[in-house]
Design a protein around this ligand. Structure first.
Ligand SMILES: [Zn+2]
Length: 259
């Protein structure tokens, strides 16, 4: 079992999130009650999130009348957190303060949150974003990956995984970005994007600022195999920047091979 701080746990593997997962799995139904919260324990283990729900009121529990004990995989819980974050982002008004600064309504009304756009990421002033930024990499790095790599619904795209070409090392750098519902509202409303990678592609167009790192996409294994069939095994790696020509970096020699 990992020692997850209560602050991080409440922003990620909260009992409400676990309840949302169990509801989707038809293990429970109805709104979570105070009594459910009291009977439930949630712990982060190496194998996933362990949930124990002691015998519950029959009106609340349909399929788990005798209570339940289960482990939810990190990827499943990451996906659940991502879906909840997307749901919370719907309908939040976003206003532009400057080219790179946006104000996003909070769910409760009142204070707005400030979202700042950068060429290599995007940040928010809210508690959730701060808590995740300060804690998740140290306390639960796998959970960070799972939340970032959850798919945008209906697509294969990860919500918050970016791949950028580092011109100094000539390597692809993968980053699991941290996000909150304000960020998702902002990238959707202002940048027309549903993922952080999409946002990074749109960044310079929308903000009129230059990106620092060229963005690339890797070919899939199937595409490489197909290329190797056609061109031989020297087709080893796979880089396609969307705008090679405009980038001031050496063109890889396999770029000339069209496939
Ligand atoms: Zn936020």
């Amino acid at each position: 079992m990992f020692d997850l701080s209560s602050q991080l746990a409440s922003q990620t593997i909260s009992k409400k999130i676990v309840w949302a997962y169990l509801t989707a799995q038809r293990k429970v139904s109805g709104e979570i009650t105070h009594s459910d919260i009291q009977r439930m324990t949630v712990e982060l283990w190496a194998t996933g999130v362990r949930v124990v729900l002691k015998k519950a009121a029959p009106t609340i529990i349909e399929m788990a009348k005798k209570g339940l004990s289960t482990i939810i995989s990190i990827w499943e819980i990451g996906r659940t957190i991502a879906r909840e974050t997307i749901d919370k982002s719907i309908g939040l008004a976003v206003t532009r303060k400057s080219d790179r600064i946006y104000l996003v309504d909070s769910r409760q009304g009142g204070e707005k949150h400030t979202v700042a756009a950068y060429p290599d990421g995007i940040s928010c002033s809210c508690m959730k974003f701060k808590c995740l930024s300060n804690r998740i990499s140290n306390e639960a790095p796998k959970l960070r990956s799972a939340i970032a790599r959850a798919e945008v619904p209906g697509t294969q795209d990860a919500i918050a995984l970016s791949e950028q070409y580092d011109t100094s090392t000539r390597r692809i750098v993968e980053t699991d970005h941290i996000y909150c519902h304000h960020i998702l509202a902002c990238i959707r409303e202002i940048f027309g994007s549903s993922s952080i990678q999409d946002y990074l592609f749109s960044y310079s167009k929308v903000t009129k600022k230059k990106s620092t790192a060229p963005l690339i996409r890797e070919y899939s294994d199937a595409e490489i195999a197909e290329a190797q069939d056609l061109f031989g095994s020297q087709v080893a790696k796979k880089i396609t920047p969307p705008v090679w020509g405009s980038l001031n970096i050496p063109t890889p020699k396999y770029e000339e091979e069209e496939f």
